[in-house]
Design a binder for this molecule. Structure first.
Ligand code: AQP
Length: 335
């Protein structure tokens, strides 16, 4: 049996959780909580790296928490909390930013993608420092494992580098966290462009399916999803990236092997395949949506989040003391 680890992962309160977020990360969150000590964080401080409307953000934090519960995060087993409720995230981010290099942050592909060509003048410094805050999130709890989608691999590599760099300078303070990146679903591709990852900031809503989409929206999005040339339903990422992506989604939402789906749809063409996939995704999101509606209006949500914040704060306070002592900061002794 695998040794119990401390696991940390985060999700932005964007109000839009898509199948990529779920299949790449959230699904693992649920599975991991059976065997490990898990902390799951709604990373609202990351969300403000781009402009937000306060009222919307407040609601989205609540919605994201309700969704986490609806997919199966169990607050008896996992610590579910909101990042800004634990002020040590910001404190450790500052300390780590003093150990991060401008060059390595500038090389982060997500920063390059999101800042476009105007990297210096009007891009918030928060976007630049985003991966340092992410490293702080993980190292604040000395997490050993971090379930994320493939797009976060580079950021996690930076967390590992910062951990090693800090330990080399000040002694063994942090674990070097390992990514948990699943084989199938770690990079769900856009429905309108199977060469780019499914992304909530895509220009068209036909890029993604959210867990809150209505059956009509789901059917419509799958109906117009890009396909490849030919008509066979075959998994081949090189020749058939669009169908391979749809097969991955089909397989994960129904728990069926891709080979079995290929056999079922032999000679049937894209139309039938897409129609069945649409129904399978509708079936899949239905119980999540039902549970979500209950959780969102349940006053228990507030106490779950405040208890989560209190548990996370206890761990964070202990760790930040160790970090500060290693650096020679402050006077308070470590208990
Ligand atoms: N397409 C994807 N396939 C698999 N995993 C994905 N993740 C994101 N997109 C995919 C993973 O979802 C987790 C939570 O992500 P986030 O809320 O931090 O947002 P993100 O990574 O910024 O996701 P988006 O939707 O693509 O946002 P934008 O468009 O703003 O960049 C993470 O573990 C992530 O890896």
């Amino acid at each position: 049996m695998e040794r119990m680890k401390r696991v940390f992962s985060g999700i932005q309160p964007s109000g839009l959780v898509h199948l990529g977020n779920y299949l790449g990360a959230l699904r693992q969150w649920v599975l991991l909580q059976d065997q490990h000590e898990c902390l799951y964080c709604i990373v609202d401080l990351h969300a403000i790296t781009i402009p937000q409307k306060p009222k919307d953000l407040e609601l989205q934090i609540r919605q994201t928490a309700a969704l986490c519960l609806a997919i199966g995060i169990n607050p008896e087993r996992s610590i579910l909390f909101v990042q800004s409720d634990v002020s040590e995230h910001g404190e450790l981010a500052w300390i780590l930013s003093c150990h991060a290099y401008m060059g390595e942050l500038r090389r982060m592909t997500q920063f390059k993608d999101k800042s476009g060509s105007n990297q210096e003048e009007s891009i918030g410094a928060g976007l630049f420092n985003y991966p340092v805050l992410m490293a702080a999130d993980i190292l604040l709890y000395n997490a050993q494992a971090v379930p994320v989608g493939e797009d976060q691999r580079q950021h996690l590599e930076l967390s590992r580098d910062l951990s090693r760099r800090f330990n080399n300078l000040y002694g063994d303070v942090f674990y070097v966290p390992e990514p948990i990146i699943v084989k199938a679903g770690s990079r769900v591709m856009g429905l309108d462009d199977p060469l780019k990852k499914m992304s909530k900031s895509a220009s068209s809503q036909y890029n993604y399916i959210t867990l809150m989409d209505t059956p009509d929206q789901i059917r419509a999005k799958i109906k117009v999803a890009v396909t490849d040339s030919g008509r066979e339903i075959r998994y081949d990422e090189g020749q058939k990236p669009a169908i391979s992506n749809l097969l991955t989604i089909f397989s994960l939402v129904t728990n069926r092997q891709i080979a079995a789906l290929e056999r079922d749809y032999e000679g049937k063409g894209y139309g039938v395949f897409k129609k069945d996939l649409g129904e399978a995704v509708c079936e899949f999101v239905r119980p999540i949506q039902k549970e979500y509606a209950k959780r969102l209006d349940d006053p228990a949500l507030d106490s779950i989040l405040s208890q989560g914040a209190s548990k996370a704060s206890d761990l964070a306070r202990r760790q930040i003391k160790i970090v500060k002592q290693a650096l020679g900061l402050g006077f308070s002794p470590v208990h």
